[in-house]
Design a protein around this ligand. Structure first.
Ligand code: ADP
Ligand code: ZN
Length: 804
C-alpha cells in the first residue's frame, strides 16, 4: 500500500500549508474539512485538512497524530468559500481559515479524551489508559495522559476512539468550567390535524397557543424564553407535558450575553409593499440575489424576518449580517422575538469558548439562524437557504486585516455555492451594488415609510450666513438649531445630535507661531480630550499631557481648533441646564455593553438629548425622536478619498432617518458651509437615486469603482526612504507585468498615503485600476511574490473601501 498525504492548514502566517502523512488507521477520518492533530516543530497543533491524496513532499513528511472529528468540522461549502477568499484577495489559506473559524476550535486548543461508559473493556495499555481516565473523573487532556504514561498516546487513544471506548473532544484553551444546563420544552409525536387540535385543546386556548408557538419555533424552546418572553406560565407548560404533547429536557446551556435582552415580537401583518418584496424574495432562484431598496423606516427588518421564517419552515437555515452588532440591538431583539432560541448571536464580546459553543450548535443544526457582524458570514449553517446583509453599504463589512474580505461579496459567493438566496438591504445602497442592479441583481423597492409617515423635512443651515448664537466658543451654533432644540425639550420630546468627531477639540494650535501638536508616531494631529485631560492620537492611541506652553515659541496660550463630542456635550450642558444629556462615542462605549446601556436609557426616555458620532446614525427606531441635528456636516466631505461624498450622503441620510418615526413627526437640521455640494443637496431631498446618478457620473473620469476595479498595494516600514524606494519597486514590478501581458491595468503611484505615517510606520501606496479578471491575475502573482517578511511590508487590499 502506498503512503497517502494530506495538506493541512494551520492558523499561522505561512505562505503554504504543510503536508503530513496519513497513518493507515486514520485513513477514513482524515477528510477535507476535518480537524487533525499534527506535530509542528516541538508542539502539537490542531489544523484543518485542506486536501487529501496530494503528491508526496520532497522532504520527509511527519504523521498526522489524531483526527478527533468523526465527521469533518468544516462543511465542504465553507472550505470552498475559504479557497475563493484566499484566491480572490491573495491571502494565505491558513490566515483565511483563522479569520473564518473560532480560534477555540483549533490551533492551540487541546484535545480531551472522554471515557464512554458501557464500551467493551480493552486489555493492556489501552485498558490502563481507560482505567486512569476513570480515576480522573472520566476525562483528561491527551497531553496530560501522555505525561502520566510517559509516552505519546495518540495511537492508543485513536484505537479506543475507534471501538467507541473513548471520545476525543477539542476544547478551547480557556474553558475549564463545567457545562451549565437549562430546561427546554420539546414537542413530541406527530403534529395533530386541526380537527384533532379542537378536541385536544378544548377549553384550553392557552395550551393550544403554547403548542402552536412552539411549532412555529421549530418544535422546541428554552423554558426561560417561553415564560419570560412569550408570557406562558410554568403551569401551562406542565399541562402540555402532562398531556404527553411535550416533554422537558435538560440541555447544555450556552453562555450568551445577549440572552437577557428583551425580545420584541414583530408586527403581525405585512403591508402590501412588504408582502410584494417578500414574494419576490421567495421567487429568487437558488444563488440569486435581490436588493431591498427601502427608505429609512419602510419596514425592511420585517421583510427579513418573514423571509427567514419561510426559510426555517422549509427546514433550512439563514444568516443575518448587521454592520456592528453593538449598534443594532433592536434588530437582534426582533430576531429573538420572532425565533427565540433558534438564533445564535455572534458578536465580538464572546469569549473563545462561547464562540466555539455557538459554532458547534450551528454546525449540529441546533440553531438555524446566525446573526452577527461581518464574520458571521462564515457561520456553519446546515442547509443554508438565505443570507441577509442589512445596511449593505456599510464600510464595516470590509475586514481591515488579511484576509481583507468584504462580507457582502463573500455572502454572494457563499449563496451561489450553497444555493441560498441573498438579500442586500439599504436605504442608501453603495454605488457598487447599484451598478449590479442592471446585471442580474433584482431591485425591490419600499419607497414609503410604514403608516404612510412622511420622511422628515431636512433643512440645510448655511453656517456662512445663518444667524448664530453667541457665547458658544469655537462651536458654530445657529439660532435655527438652538430654537429647534429648545422647542423639542419644551414638548418633552427627544433630540439626536450628530457630530462625527470624538474628543474635545480636533487639535491644539499655538496662536502665535501656528504650531499644531501632532502624534509623534502617525502623521495626524492629536485630539484634545478632557476628563481625563490629555492629547490623544485616534490612530495609535498615543497619549500625552496637555502642554502649558508652546514647545516651539514658549507662548503660554494654546488654542483649540475644531470641536469634538466632548466639548459639544459641555457647551450644551451649559446652554440647556434642564436637559438630560448623554454622549455616545468610542470613549463612552469602550466597555462591553456600553452601547446597550446608553441606548436603553434613551429608549425609555431617561435621556432628552443624545449626542454622538456616526454610532447614533445606525438603525435605531425611537418614535419619540422628533429632532435630528447635524452639528457639522462637513467633517468628512473633503477627505482625500473618492468615497468621501458617498459616505457623507449615507451618513446624513441614515441620521435623518432617525427622525419622525412616530406619530409626532420630526425634522432634521443640518449645519454646513457647503450647502450646494451634491451630497448635501440630495440628502436634503431624501433623494438617494439622484445622488447615486450624479456621483456615478463623477466616477467615470477619472474612473473609480464601480466604473473600474481597484487594488491598493500599501507599502509600510519604519524607515522613510527605504519604504519609498520599495514602493517604487512595487510600482515598477506591476508596470512590468502590465507591459508583458497587456492586461489593461493602469498603475498609479507610488505616492505617500494620505495618512503618511501610522504607528511609527511610513506608508506609501500603489493603486492599480482595471477590470476584475486582470487585477485578479496581478493579485495572484503579487500574493506569491510581494508579501515577504522583513521590516518593509506590502499589503494587498483588493476592492479597498478606503484609500486613506
Ligand atoms: P427600516 O429598517 O426600513 O428603517 P424598520 O424595519 O425599523 O424600518 O421599521 C420601522 C418601524 O415600522 C418599526 O417600528 C417597525 O416595527 C414598524 N413596522 C414595520 N413593518 C410594519 C407593519 N407591517 N405593520 C406595522 N408596523 C410595522
Ligand atoms: Zn498616533
Amino acid at each position: 500500500m502506498t503512503a497517502r498525504f494530506a495538506r493541512v492548514a494551520l492558523p499561522l502566517p505561512l505562505a503554504a500549508p504543510y503536508t503530513y502523512r496519513i497513518p493507515e488507521a486514520l485513513g477514513d477520518r482524515v477528510l477535507p474539512g476535518a480537524r487533525v492533530v499534527v506535530p509542528v516543530r516541538a508542539r502539537e497543533l490542531i489544523g484543518i485538512v485542506l486536501e487529501i491524496d496530494t503528491p508526496a513532499p520532497e522532504a520527509e513528511a511527519r504523521e498526522v497524530l489524531a483526527a478527533p472529528d468523526p465527521t469533518p468540522a468544516l462543511p465542504e461549502a465553507l472550505l470552498a468559500t475559504a479557497r475563493w477568499i484566499a484566491g480572490y484577495y491573495g491571502s494565505p489559506i491558513g490566515l483565511t481559515l483563522k479569520a473564518m473559524l473560532p480560534s477555540g476550535m483549533w490551533g492551540a486548543s487541546q484535545v480531551v479524551a472522554v471515557r464512554v461508559a458501557g464500551a467493551p473493556e480493552p486489555g493492556g495499555l489501552a485498558g490502563q489508559v481507560r482505567d486512569w481516565l476513570e480515576q480522573q473523573g472520566g476525562e483528561a487532556t491527551v497531553a496530560g495522559a501522555a505525561r502520566k504514561f510517559r509516552r505519546p498516546l495518540w495511537d492508543v487513544l485513536a484505537r479506543l476512539a475507534r471501538v467507541g471506548a473513548v471520545e476525543l473532544r477539542v476544547v478551547p484553551p480557556d474553558t475549564g468550567a463545567g457545562v451549565a444546563t437549562e430546561r427546554v420544552v420539546v414537542l413530541t409525536g406527530e403534529s395533530p390535524t386541526l380537527l384533532e387540535r379542537d378536541t385536544l385543546f378544548r377549553r384550553r386556548a392557552k395550551r393550544r397557543r403554547l403548542y402552536e408557538s412552539l411549532e412555529s419555533l421549530g418544535g422546541s424552546a428554552q423554558v426561560r424564553h417561553v415564560v419570560d418572553q412569550l408570557g406562558f406560565s410554568e403551569a401551562v407548560i406542565a399541562g402540555l407535558a402532562g398531556q404527553g404533547l411535550a416533554r422537558i429536557e435538560s440541555v447544555e446551556r450556552v453562555r450568551d450575553p445577549f440572552a437577557d435582552m428583551p425580545a420584541v415580537p414583530p408586527p403581525d401583518t405585512l403591508t402590501s409593499r412588504q408582502a410584494e418584496a417578500l414574494a419576490a424574495i421567495e421567487r429568487l432562484a437558488p444563488g440569486a440575489s435581490a436588493l431591498l431598496f427601502g427608505v429609512t423606516g419602510s419596514g425592511k427588518t420585517l421583510v427579513y424576518l418573514e423571509a427567514v421564517r419561510r426559510v426555517l419552515a422549509r427546514g433550512r437555515g439563514a444568516i443575518v449580517l448587521v454592520p456592528e452588532i453593538g449598534l443594532t440591538p433592536q434588530t437582534v431583539s426582533r430576531l429573538r422575538g420572532a425565533f427565540g432560541d433558534q438564533v445564535a448571536v455572534l458578536h465580538s464580546a464572546l469569549s473563545d469558548g462561547e464562540r466555539a459553543d455557538a459554532w458547534r450548535l450551528l454546525r449540529r443544526g441546533e440553531r438555524r439562524v446566525a446573526v452577527g457582524a461581518r464574520s458571521a458570514v462564515f457561520a456553519p449553517i446546515a442547509d443554508l437557504g438565505l443570507i441577509v446583509v442589512d445596511e449593505e453599504h456599510e464600510a464595516s463589512y470590509k475586514n481591515g486585516e488579511a484576509p481583507r474580505y468584504h462580507a457582502r461579496d463573500v455572502a454572494a459567493v457563499r449563496a451561489r455555492l450553497e444555493g441560498a438566496a441573498l438579500v442586500l438591504g439599504s436605504a442608501t445602497p453603495s454605488l457598487e451594488t447599484m451598478a449590479r442592479t442592471g446585471q442580474g441583481l433584482e431591485t425591490l423597492r419600499l419607497p414609503h415609510r410604514i403608516g404612510s409617515r412622511p420622511l422628515p423635512p431636512v433643512e440645510l443651515v448655511d453656517l456662512r450666513v445663518a444667524p448664530k448664537v453667541t457665547g458658544t466658543g469655537p462651536l458654530a451654533w445657529s439660532e435655527a438649531l438652538d430654537q429647534a432644540i429648545v422647542a423639542t425639550l419644551a414638548r418633552r420630546e427627544q433630540a439626536l445630535l450628530l457630530l462625527n468627531r470624538r474628543g474635545y477639540a480636533a487639535f491644539l494650535q499655538c496662536p502665535d507661531c501656528g504650531e499644531v501638536w501632532q502624534c509623534p508616531r502617525c502623521s495626524i494631529s492629536l485630539t484634545v480630550h478632557r476628563a481625563p485631560d490629555g492629547l490623544r492620537c485616534h490612530y495609535c492611541g498615543h497619549e500625552e499631557p496637555l502642554p502649558f506652553t508652546c514647545r516651539v515659541c514658549a507662548n503660554p496660550v494654546q488654542q483649540m481648533r475644531g470641536i469634538g463630542t466632548q466639548q459639544l456635550e459641555r457647551v450644551l450642558a451649559e446652554r440647556y441646564p434642564e436637559a438630560r444629556i448623554a454622549r455616545m462615542d468610542l470613549d463612552t462605549t469602550s466597555t462591553k455593553w456600553g452601547h446597550q446601556r446608553i441606548l436603553g436609557e434613551f429608549e425609555v426616555g431617561r435621556i432628552d438629548l443624545l449626542i454622538g458620532t456616526q454610532m447614533v446614525a445606525k438603525g435605531l427606531d425611537f418614535p419619540n425622536v422628533t429632532l435630528v441635528g447635524v452639528v457639522d456636516a462637513d467633517t468628512g466631505l473633503y477627505l482625500p478619498d473618492f468615497r468621501s461624498a458617498e459616505r457623507t450622503f449615507q451618513l446624513l441620510a441614515q441620521v435623518a432617518g432617525r427622525a419622525g418615526r412616530g406619530p409626532k413627526g420630526g425634522r432634521v437640521l443640518v449645519q454646513t458651509r457647503h450647502p450646494t455640494h451634491h451630497a448635501l443637496r440630495h440628502a436634503a431631498r431624501h433623494d438617494a437615486e439622484g445622488f447615486i446618478a450624479e456621483e456615478l457620473s463623477l466616477r467615470r473620469e477619472p474612473p473609480y469603482p464601480p466604473e473600474t476595479s481597484l487594488v491598493n498595494l500599501i507599502v509600510s516600514g519604519p524607515d522613510q526612504s527605504a519604504t519609498g524606494s520599495r514602493a517604487a519597486e512595487v510600482a515598477d514590478w506591476c508596470q512590468g507585468l502590465e507591459d508583458r501581458y497587456r492586461l489593461g491595468v493602469s498603475v498609479l503611484g507610488p505616492a505617500p498615503c494620505p495618512l503618511a505615517r501610522i504607528k511609527e510606520r511610513w506608508r506609501w501606496h500603489v493603486l492599480l485600476k482595471g477590470e476584475g479578471t486582470a487585477l485578479g491575475r496581478i493579485v495572484r502573482y503579487a500574493a506569491r511574490r510581494l508579501t515577504q517578511a522583513g521590516p518593509v511590508r506590502v499589503i494587498l487590499d483588493r476592492d479597498p473601501v478606503t484609500l486613506l
